[in-house]
Ligand binder design. Structure first.
Ligand code: DGL
Length: 293
């Protein structure tokens, strides 16, 4: 893989230093790059393997069982690729598959290793920001229907009210590069208005989908200036740094060469084309076929 601008990390281990344990970042497709980017900024010494299941994206509209099965297959691959720790950067996968994988599969597929999601750290942060105790969540249909944010936030902060809005069309808008268009203004406004029609006291909004940070400038146009908009990248990076500090048994097994490898389950050509916009620099991915021998 090659990275031409912005982030300049070696992509293969310097001579004599071997990657013994990478950190895997999983997403349904390219969106998780917004999370990986912040993680690499904060923790550049580690080795990262990014896997986007583009062949089967989007996950946002799929059933619980399907998202669980797809996520489990990808996470298993990442552990086979020598990851010590895997982050489900995808909100939909975190909402629908994380708990099952942690409780039912980890002992069998990767004993002693860890899989973490993005919903808990984001919920913790939202609870700290809100003054009105009214939090809005923007996400895929799957994430919203799962009520995962609502459940997690209210577990941590029982007095907070959570209002959700599924913005299904935002993911294709970003993927097809329809961000700077009047249609995007229309659909961003439509969902923001719909969220605020549920409560006008919302003072904190979670962007609960890895694609949405690319729409941040549009979202800001339609959200009152006093409302805090939470993008997940930095939060997940902070939470990972904190996790590694608290878990020496995992941290000590993570290799620190500073490499980055990108994999997609679909065409590398189309992945690289769109991924470059998320990453802010050229990306050269490799293909990883799932469930095909
Ligand atoms: N990456 C997904 C998420 O964060 C959204 C894209 C999809 O629907 O696959 O929820």
């Amino acid at each position: 893989m090659t990275i031409k601008k912005a982030i300049t990390l070696p992509t293969s281990p310097p001579l004599g230093r071997k990657k013994m344990g990478c950190i895997g970042i999983f997403d349904s497709g390219i969106g998780g790059l917004t999370v990986l980017k912040e993680i690499v900024k904060k923790l550049p010494r580690y080795d990262y393997v990014y896997l986007g299941d583009s062949a089967r994206a989007p996950y946002g509209t799929r059933s619980f069982e399907t998202v669980y099965q797809y996520t489990l297959e990808c996470v298993t691959k990442l552990f086979e690729m020598n990851c010590r720790l895997v982050i489900l950067a995808c909100n939909t996968a975190s909402a629908k598959a994380l708990r099952n994988i942690q409780q039912l599969d980890m002992e069998r597929i990767a004993p002693g290793k860890r899989v973490l999601g993005v919903i808990r750290p984001t919920s913790e942060r939202a609870g700290k920001y809100t003054k009105t105790k009214h939090v809005g969540v923007l996400g895929t249909t799957g994430t919203v229907m799962s009520d995962s944010y609502k459940i997690e936030i209210q577990k941590l902060y029982p007095d907070i009210k959570v209002f959700q809005e599924a913005c299904s069309i935002w993911v294709p808008m970003v993927e097809y590069d329809e961000i700077e268009t009047p249609a995007s203004d229309y659909f961003v406004k439509k969902h923001i208005d719909s969220l605020f029609s549920k409560s006008d006291k919302i003072d904190t909004i979670i962007l609960g989908c890895t694609h949405y940070p690319l729409l941040l400038h549009k979202i800001k146009k339609f959200v009152p200036a006093n409302v805090k908009i939470i993008s997940q990248g930095e939060i997940v990076a902070d939470s990972l740094a904190d996790y590694l500090k608290r878990h020496a048994e995992i941290e000590s097994k993570c290799s620190k060469v500073g490499s980055l490898d990108f994999y997609t389950t679909d065409s590398t050509l189309s992945f690289d084309k769109v991924a470059g916009r998320f990453w802010g620099a050229d990306i050269k991915s490799k293909q990883l076929l799932i469930n095909r021998k």
